[in-house]
Design a protein around this ligand. Structure first.
Ligand SMILES: NC(=O)c1ccc[n+]([C@@H]2O[C@H](COP(=O)([O-])OP(=O)(O)OC[C@H]3O[C@@H](n4cnc5c(N)ncnc54)[C@H](OP(=O)(O)O)[C@@H]3O)[C@@H](O)[C@H]2O)c1
Length: 264
């Protein structure tokens, strides 16, 4: 079984690599920009041989490079594609403007779509197979200060639903994972973890990895992490005024900005 995981150099992607490496016969294709981190991970995981592609997924040639790698190193076999790489740059719209939306969409949405387009023929040829897209509960409920991030994750969730319906006839399952607050390098959740009142809200990358594996291997269509986060998502639909009151104003404070993606 060949599994390609983007954003495998840290956080949820790294935990997902460790989770899939436990599957018998798993061979991983680890994708991100930091080659040293990917190579070290590939070397220490069981099974394999695992391979790495060090690439900026927003670059024009990234999809073709990943596809060529899978064709050359894994005979074109691709059983699972996990579109996980992503980042958040917190800014109100009147601060970050279109440029922040453009930058966020380029990584969190366009890059996933472009990579999927390039790899879909290989995934179909390997069916029964799966694509798992990592969105966010911010792709169901938006808060002030994170509009660009929410826009990218709402887009990813909507596109994933359509792809799920379209690819069924080809034997390709499309799963969607919506994490809540997970403590990782890019999303440390330091403020939530600092207080005993909010610490319980923060989950682990291993739990997100289990959900991703469940979507891919057990063909689950959708998983929130933690599971109870489906409740605010449902409330946003049935009681929108309640959710607006709950998140109004101060909510932007709890999301921590990642800065490493553009060196800010
Ligand atoms: N943690 C949370 O609370 C949370 C909640 C909801 C959703 N999510 C989603 O979960 C996914 C993983 O996030 P995480 O929490 O694990 O954060 P993370 O630890 O910062 O991991 C992000 C990964 O994406 C890669 N990446 C970033 N920009 C890239 C680029 N231009 N090209 C290629 N790879 C790139 C990074 O690797 P390099 O820097 O080496 O390129 C890294 O491996 C993201 O899509 C995020 O939106 C996270």
């Amino acid at each position: 079984m060949v599994i390609c995981i983007t954003g495998a150099s840290s956080g949820i992607g790294e935990a997902t690599a460790a989770r899939f490496a436990r599957e018998p016969g798993a061979r991983l294709v680890l994708v991100a920009r930091r080659e040293d981190r990917l190579a070290a991970l590939a070397a220490r995981l069981p099974g394999g041989p695992h391979t790495v592609v060090a690439v900026d997924l927003t670059s024009d040639d990234a999809p073709a490079r990943v596809r060529a790698h899978v064709e050359e190193q894994h005979d074109g076999r691709l059983d699972v594609l996990v579109n996980n790489a992503g980042a958040a740059w917190r800014a109100r719209f009147d601060e970050g403007g279109w440029e922040n939306v453009r930058k966020t969409m380029a990584l969190n949405f366009d890059a996933q779509v472009r990579l999927t387009e390039a790899l879909l023929p290989l995934v179909r040829a390997s069916a029964p197979s799966a694509i798992v897209n990592v969105a966010s509960t911010a792709g169901r409920v938006a808060r002030g200060g994170t509009g660009a991030y929410s826009a990218s994750k709402f887009a990813l969730a909507g596109w994933s639903d359509a792809l799920w319906a379209e690819e069924r006839e080809h034997g390709v399952h499309v799963g969607l994972v919506l994490p809540g607050f997970i403590s990782t390098e890019g999303f440390p959740q330091a403020e939530l973890r600092a207080s005993p009142r909010t610490r319980w809200m923060v989950s682990t990358a291993d739990k997100a990895a289990d959900a991703i594996a469940q979507c891919a291997l057990d063909r689950r269509p959708e998983r929130y992490v933690p599971r109870a986060y489906w409740i605010p998502a449902a409330l946003r639909i049935v009681l929108p005024s309640l959710v607006r009151r709950a998140i109004g104003g101060s909510s932007a404070q709890v999301m921590t900005t990642t800065t490493k993606a553009d060196g800010e």
